[in-house]
Design a protein around this ligand. Structure first.
Ligand code: SF4
Length: 377
């Protein structure tokens, strides 16, 4: 970790304001867009930050790999870690703190007391419950005790990453420590789950800023995930979707279809059953920096019933077979889709013949150089 990312025990955010106003507004706009809010919200975010209204954030870490924190720090255009310190007051974070031991414990108590009932508690990592939670202890206290204490006095609670959302890797069979997500040990509390392995930092930032600026949380789905990010499946907005509809699949890693960017369904892609916005919100501010963009099938990391439970190369049922109407037509070089091609897609769908029909309608010969329409996001 870069030394510049480390915080002193007490720090002055103003001294870290090394980014231009333009970059600052850009990140606020991206964060607002991430939560489905318009440019007006971005303006409100900027205004609130300029007036020193930075929400106090207490970030807890338990059974995890620190991947979610690392992902947050890897955004680079501009450096989101620097911008974060202008947008939020990160009052406790074990990885980023220069303080350790008693100093760190004192900082946690101080932050909790100063902003009781108002701070945002972010939980990273699963919580072990077996044998009274002894498998994860910090400062002599179990993770179970800490999360119930800190989250219990927070204004909002966010579980970042799959481990904190539903147990993630530590909860994989046989789950020797009884690892669970934060919501399972915070009965009666609203815990916003932002799963992902790692979670996308803009989904987190947008949620925190909405809470700080408007005092509200985003609309949540049945798994308590913000609908703005988890309302659609990867498959619905996948750039390889046209190949799926045309029945063009990579059969093995490195084959011609794989090199040509064909659909990865037959290699075990879980995109059709995975709700997340990775296909439109890439990682580290790098275009195509997400699994399918890099040629790997989606692993289903945002879904409790898939990641670390369904084998990597096992195919999943198709949840929503019909392509969105806005999807661009395929410019098939052969001049049109053959019934065989659509038939392959139909066979893969296992009886979901409607998709093949819709695909046929969308596959048109290349008539001109007219650029395809962008998919709706
Ligand atoms: Fe994309 Fe996977 Fe769907 Fe193929 S199966 S279109 S690679 S999400």
């Amino acid at each position: 970790m870069a030394a510049t990312s480390r915080l002193p025990l007490e720090f002055d955010a103003q001294s870290l304001s090394t980014v231009s106003r333009r970059d600052f507004v850009r990140v606020c706009t991206m964060a607002a867009a991430a939560v489905g809010l318009g440019p007006l919200a971005a303006e409100r975010f900027v205004e609130a930050a300029a007036n020193g209204l930075r929400p106090s954030v207490i970030w807890l870490q338990f059974q995890e790999c620190t991947g979610c924190t690392e992902s947050l720090l890897r955004a680079s255009h501009p450096a989101i870690d620097t911008l974060l310190f202008d947008l939020i007051s990160l009052d406790y974070h074990e990885t980023l703190f220069a303080a350790a031991g008693h100093q760190a414990e004192a900082a946690l108590k101080q932050a909790m007391a100063a902003n009781a009932g108002k701070y945002v508690c972010i939980v990273e990592g699963a919580i072990p419950t077996k044998d009274n939670g002894i498998y994860c202890m910090i400062g002599g206290r179990t993770a179970l005790d800490i999360v119930q204490d800190v989250a219990g006095k927070a204004g909002a609670i966010i579980a970042i990453g799959s481990c904190a959302s539903w147990g993630g890797v530590p909860s994989a069979d046989p789950n020797p420590t009884g690892a669970v997500g934060a919501h399972a040990v915070l009965k009666g509390k609203t815990v916003v789950n932002i799963p992902g392995c790692p979670a996308n930092p803009y989904n987190l930032l947008g949620t925190v800023l909405q809470y700080a600026t408007y005092g509200t949380l985003p609309e949540l789905d049945a798994e308590n995930r913000p609908k703005f990010a988890y309302g659609s499946t990867i498959h619905e907005h996948c750039p390889r979707r046209a190949h799926f509809d045309a029945g063009r699949f990579a059969k093995k890693f490195g084959d011609e279809g794989h090199r040509l960017g064909y659909c990865l369904y037959e290699l075990g892609c879980k995109g059709p059953a995975t709700h997340a916005n990775c296909s439109v919100q890439h990682f580290g501010d790098v275009v195509d920096a997400w699994p399918i963009g890099l040629g790997h099938p989606c692993f289903g990391c945002t879904e409790q019933k898939i990641a670390f439970r369904v084998p990597l190369h096992t195919t999943v049922e198709i949840d929503r077979p019909t392509p969105p109407d806005t999807y661009p037509p395929i410019h098939a070089v052969q001049g049109g889709v053959s019934p065989i091609a659509t038939g392959v897609a139909g066979a893969i769908l296992g009886g979901l013949a409607g998709a093949g029909y819709v695909a046929s309608r969308k596959l048109t010969p290349v008539a001109s150089d007219e650029p395809p329409k962008s998919p709706e996001v």
